[in-house]
Design a protein around this ligand. Structure first.
Ligand SMILES: *Cc1c(COP(=O)(O)O)cnc(C)c1O
Length: 413
């Protein structure tokens, strides 16, 4: 398959002017970098309206969840992305746990999960008694290898959980076809995937359910925060109850019943309305944030692609069917030693580049429980992948520092 960057054409043009203007806009509210030092790996971006909206919640006297801003945020996803029903939660981990409860995961059920992901993707299902079957990454991309999924399905398989790594879509037609053929559910862990698309379809609207994260390291943030999207009608009523400690309080809040009570299992997954207020201030500026990030991503790509041509690194591969959201820019080095050499060099030069995801199948907790299959691509990304600093508001100067130092590392090698 032909792999290429398929971002909107406009991002190829006038990148520096636009990036500087957008970054200036964003920097007004983010601390100016100290001259001469560090390019951090991440810097939370603030739109400026967070304080105003939080104040509004404080003076309204309605601090708990499911109030004005909770509904506004949920509405945003329904209107902009066509998500069927949305449930703001305190984290993506919470949303994943809700999905496991809704799918009625029981002891012995099998759930297929990529190994190259954050712990939450697996643990939410494990806590319900599932046996987690870890899948390998693709050779050309850290995302789950869709072509191997079918071989992992047994008569105990209840669900496939896919992660859109770095906001790059998995091949969802393929995943949904396999799931339908075998009667299993699909949960999209879209923690990193806000505003990413699969063939024009927004990520998070394709699987039976999907989960988002608004942790401060993601594109759109609220400190801690998450959301469950339910795209299948059968789960909507119960999702409301699970989020509210097993009660039908949400119906009560809507005035549909005159008292509420305990009707099911559940937990306390609803965030405070001031968390939602923070999030709403972010969502309002999503187009600005995204354009800024895409510019930064594209500049890295342009300025470093010769290193790929020279055989020093592999740049992120984006399948034609995916429009990514510039969540992560990474390099893949030939081996662990070279990855660590570059990482340490950048660190000594004040640039923070990081690696991530010790594969879950070989983690301290799971290694004895894993069925022993080798997951070679996943291990390769664990050893060789390096994430570069990437945040809305990154100045041209900061980015040039990163790019120049990477070039210097290879030229002086
Ligand atoms: C960040 C992340 C999570 C966890 O999100 P929280 O909101 O911190 O619970 C889960 N899965 C993936 C793929 C993530 O990147």
């Amino acid at each position: 398959m032909q792999l290429s960057f398929t971002g909107p054409q406009s991002f190829y043009n006038g990148i520096s002017a636009v990036q500087e203007a957008l970054s200036r806009e964003v920097r007004k509210v983010v601390n100016e970098p100290q001259p001469g030092i560090n390019v951090p790996f991440n810097k939370p971006y603030l739109t400026g309206n967070e304080h105003k909206y939080i104040k509004r919640v404080l003076s309204s006297g309605k601090l708990s969840g499911n109030n004005e801003f909770t509904r506004k945020c949920e509405e945003y996803f329904k209107v902009h992305y066509g998500a069927k029903e949305c449930f703001l939660t305190s984290s993506c981990t919470d949303a994943l746990e809700m999905s496991a409860v809704l799918l009625d995961i029981q002891d012995g059920d099998e759930v297929i999960v990529p190994s190259y992901t954050f712990v939450s993707t697996a643990i939410a299902f494990l806590m319900r008694g599932a046996k987690v079957i870890f899948a390998d990454s693709r050779e050309d991309h850290p995302g789950i290898d869709e072509s191997k999924l079918e071989s992992l399905i047994t008569d105990k398989t209840k669900a496939i959980v896919v992660v859109h790594y770095g906001g790059v879509a998995c091949d969802m037609d393929m995943v949904m076809d396999i799931a339908e053929k075998h009667g299993v559910y699909v949960v999209e862990d879209a923690a990193q995937a806000i505003d990413g698309y699969y063939k024009e379809r927004p990520l998070g609207t394709i699987g039976h359910m999907a989960t988002f994260s608004f942790h401060e390291t993601k594109n759109i943030i609220s400190g801690e925060g998450g959301m469950l999207v339910v795209n299948d009608d059968r789960f909507i009523d119960r999702a409301e109850i699970i989020r509210e400690k097993g009660t039908d309080r949400t119906k009560f809040l809507r005035g549909e019943i005159n008292k509420y009570g305990w009707v099911d299992i559940g937990s306390s997954y609803l965030p405070s309305d001031y968390t939602a207020a923070f999030l709403y201030a972010q969502l309002e500026q999503l187009p600005l944030i995204q354009e800024n990030r895409l510019n930064i991503w594209q500049r890295y790509h342009n300025e470093l692609q010769e290193l790929e041509a020279l055989g020093h690194v592999m740049l992120p591969a984006v399948p034609e069917y995916a429009k990514h959201n510039a969540h992560i820019f990474y390099l893949v080095l030939p081996d662990l030693q070279q990855r660590e050499a570059l990482r340490n060099y950048l660190k000594s030069e004040g640039v923070s580049a990081v690696f991530h995801y010790n594969p879950l199948h070989s983690s301290k907790y799971y290694k004895q429980k894993h069925d022993g299959r080798e997951l070679v691509n996943c291990d390769k990304y664990d050893d060789c992948l390096l994430r570069l600093p990437m945040y809305a508001g990154m100045s041209l100067g900061e980015q040039k520092t990163v790019i120049n130092k990477i070039w210097r590392f290879f030229l002086e090698k």
